[in-house]
Design a protein around this ligand. Structure first.
Ligand SMILES: Cc1cc2nc3c(=O)[nH]c(=O)nc-3n(C[C@H](O)[C@H](O)[C@H](O)COP(=O)(O)O)c2cc1C
Length: 348
């Protein structure tokens, strides 16, 4: 078993003594150091686990969800942990500090996390610079958003700026319109705003593809707090515009199942185990809707939300996802979760 897998059960109680954001910062630092010292498993991809999705060859089905590495500061290390893809961001055109602290809370008994980080990030230029210097060759998604002080009616300009800047360093671009922590952002999921925004981005994507001679898939990330009808409307718009993929889902504003925890009233998005069922249900509805709307093959779904083990990942794939991502599960279960979901033997 890789050293890092054996170390995590020892490290976890120490990290959980710290406040959640400090623990996160230390974890990323430790991870980078472990990578530099050659201590990460860096597993050989098993050919049987590889899959081609959106024309991209993924070495396995599990990726790192957005938000864990907002600044693209440790992509080589995440790849060496075994992730088949790494999604960095959310990145905005200008750097921004995010919301005041505390803004990240562990709901330990429920294996959940509430966050209201508010897109703290170093800005798209800094992240692009870091991605240009990476040494790993794994698949990179760049998740883009808008600055908190950009009025909603000008949001498209922010997304366009990020799309243009990230185009050459990303394997795919994810349009995040589903974070609950940027005022008004989720309003962009309504039919007309989303058609306008994604339509503009698709036009720019076509121009960039011609300029650079390479087509980068454009995905959209949706919230779990959508009703069946809203999902069907979105599926119609996505199919109409030829979106290449959908990431489902972001964190929830729902607090069902965590009200026993004294932190349940903290504002923000809830992730982890309490989100599992809700996000899988959205994936199932979305998969059916995309299937009935798409003229040819429906756009693939990347399933994310509450994956704490292999069975959860399997449930997302069964519901219609082609790939999965994890964030909170990594906090509670450690890096062996990646090996488990990716089917990497424990002996690597
Ligand atoms: C602390 C934290 C920060 C996050 N930041 C982002 C973000 O910047 N952009 C984004 O699209 N999703 C963000 N997410 C959402 C995750 O990518 C993921 O969709 C969600 O947490 C559900 O997956 P999980 O249950 O495996 O954590 C964040 C989640 C957490 C816990």
């Amino acid at each position: 078993m890789p050293l890092i897998h054996r170390l995590y059960p020892i490290l976890r109680p120490l990290l959980f003594q710290l406040d959640a954001e400090t623990a996160h910062e230390w974890t990323v630092k430790l991870l980078r150091a472990s990578h530099l010292l050659g201590m990460l498993p860096d597993p050989e991809p098993a050919p049987s686990k590889a899959r081609t999705v959106m024309g991209l060859k993924f070495p396995n089905c599990v990726g790192l969800a957005a938000g864990m590495d907002k600044s693209a500061s440790a992509v080589d290390a995440w790849s060496a942990l075994g992730f088949g893809h790494v999604e960095v961001g959310t990145l905005t055109p200008r750097p921004q500090p995010g919301n005041p602290t505390p803004r990240l809370f562990r709901l330990v008994e429920q294996e959940g996390i509430i966050n209201r980080m508010g897109f703290n990030n170093p800005g798209i230029d800094e992240a692009v610079h870091r991605l240009e210097r990476r040494t790993s060759t794994g698949i990179i998604g760049v998740n883009i958003g808008k600055n908190f002080d950009t009025p909603l009616e000008n949001a498209a300009d922010d997304y366009l700026t990020c799309l243009r800047k990230a185009y050459q360093v990303a394997d795919y671009i994810a349009v995040n319109i589903s974070s609950p922590n940027t005022k008004g952002l989720r309003d962009l999921q309504a039919e007309e705003p989303i058609r306008r925004l994604l339509g503009t981005l698709k036009e720019e994507q076509a121009r960039l593809a011609t300029t650079h001679g390479v087509h980068r898939p454009l995905l959209v990330k949706i919230a779990p707090d959508l009703g069946e009808e809203q999902i069907e409307v979105l599926a119609r718009v996505f199919a109409e515009l030829g979106m290449e993929g959908v990431i489902a889902t972001n964190t929830t504003i729902d607090r069902e199942g965590v009200k026993k925890n004294k932190l349940w009233k903290e504002a923000g998005g809830l992730s982890g185990k309490p989100l599992m069922r809700q996000s899988t249900a959205v994936i199932a509805t979305l998969a059916l809707a995309l299937k009935s709307e798409a003229k040819g093959a429906p756009p693939p779904i990347i399933g994310v939300g509450g994956i704490m083990g292999e069975m959860d990942a399997e449930a997302k794939l069964q519901a219609g996802a082609s790939l999965v991502q994890v964030y909170s599960g990594l906090v509670y279960r450690g890096p062996k979760l990646i090996a488990e979901v990716a089917g990497i033997p424990n002996t690597v």
